[in-house]
Design a protein around this ligand. Structure first.
Ligand code: ATP
Ligand code: MG
Length: 296
């Protein structure tokens, strides 16, 4: 199966400032792929080159088999776009906005369906200028969905949304993924990436510094687990070190056998390991480690 997006050796500079220095990645059809990276890493530059909104200085780029540089209608009709910043006509209502922009697409969806998907049914007749920031962001997402695209670009789609709206947006994105839409997402919310992405690329300094699934990126799966629990005062478990107030902690590459020893020990004494937790380094911890500036 052909990749939906192929990027190889992508370079971009703004005057003397280099933004992308040879970026490589591929997004398979039907995949949810996330670009992560600090402010200024080059995510928006990459996404907007793929959308055909920005020029590139070098490298090859394929999007659904097209070169976005050619700005062909055949490509435009098959992609949906949420830009990091958009300008909607403030005097149109929500429904008018979605209907108007939907006219660019041959295979458009009903405005009412799309508004229901992003939770704007009640605001359908409200003018855009009277919406809150988060509601406007939802209109952006609605506009990206109205053309029933095969591929959707979401540049920080949930920035500024309240937690409930964010979870609603995740549901909408999952729904797209289930229906086979390919999704390229950027986000600063690690939880969002963890929830949605099949694969992640971390961009830093204009290149991909790590790539993988959210569970395995940066060697995450191979990192030791931390086991933590509480025991009654005076008891000393066979494994782990006290870290305060009866709390015992243990860092292990083999949590299965460590837990076996610990739980056997507790049960033999008729006791328990209270507040037992087993954790791996979070995606956030791994990400911060990967993108930490090298110390001078
Ligand atoms: N239109 C522009 N003119 C000049 N420099 C630009 C322009 N757009 C981006 N840059 C520069 O290119 C680099 C990458 O910017 P880009 O917007 O792609 O980053 P980003 O990863 O999307 O960041 P953020 O997380 O803040 O959205 C930055 O150093 C930025 O200052
Ligand atoms: Mg950006």
């Amino acid at each position: 199966m052909a990749a939906a997006i192929e990027v190889s050796g992508l370079r971009k500079a703004y005057g003397s400032r280099t933004a992308l220095v040879g970026l490589d990645f591929q997004v398979e059809e039907g995949e949810v792929f996330a670009l992560l990276g600090p402010n200024g890493a080059g995510k928006t530059s990459t996404v907007e080159i793929l959308e055909g909104f920005r020029s590139r200085d070098g490298g090859t780029v394929g999007v659904l088999g097209f070169d976005p540089r050619d700005r062909e209608r055949g490509l435009r009709e098959r992609i949906g776009i949420v830009l990091q910043e958009t300008a909607l006509d403030p005097f149109l209502t929500v429904a008018e906005t979605v209907e108007l922009l939907g006219q660019c697409y041959p295979r458009r969806r009903e405005a009412g369906d799309v508004l229901a998907l992003v939770g704007l049914t009640e605001q359908r007749d409200v003018r855009v200028r009277s919406l809150s920031g988060g509601q406007r962001r939802r209109v952006d997402v609605a506009v990206a969905l109205v053309g029933d695209p095969d591929l959707i670009f979401l540049d920080e789609p949930t920035a500024g949304l309240d937690p409930a709206a964010r979870i609603g947006a995740w549901e909408a994105i999952r729904g797209l993924a289930r229906s086979g839409t390919t999704v390229l997402l950027t986000s600063h919310y690690l939880e969002e990436v963890q929830q949605l992405a099949d694969r992640v690329a971390v961009i830093c300094g204009g290149r991909v510094i790590a790539e993988g699934s959210p569970a395995t990126i940066g060697g995450r799966a191979g990192r030791p687990a931390t086991i933590r629990f509480r025991v009654a005062p005076g008891l000393t478990p066979p494994l782990g070190e006290p870290v305060g107030e009866g709390i015992i902690e243990l860092v292990t590459h083999d949590p299965t056998s460590s837990l076996h020893r610990l739980t056997s020990w507790a049960l033999e004494r008729g006791g328990s390991l209270d507040d037992l937790e087993v954790t791996r380094p979070s995606l956030e911890e791994v990400y911060l480690e990967l993108t930490r500036e090298p110390s001078p």
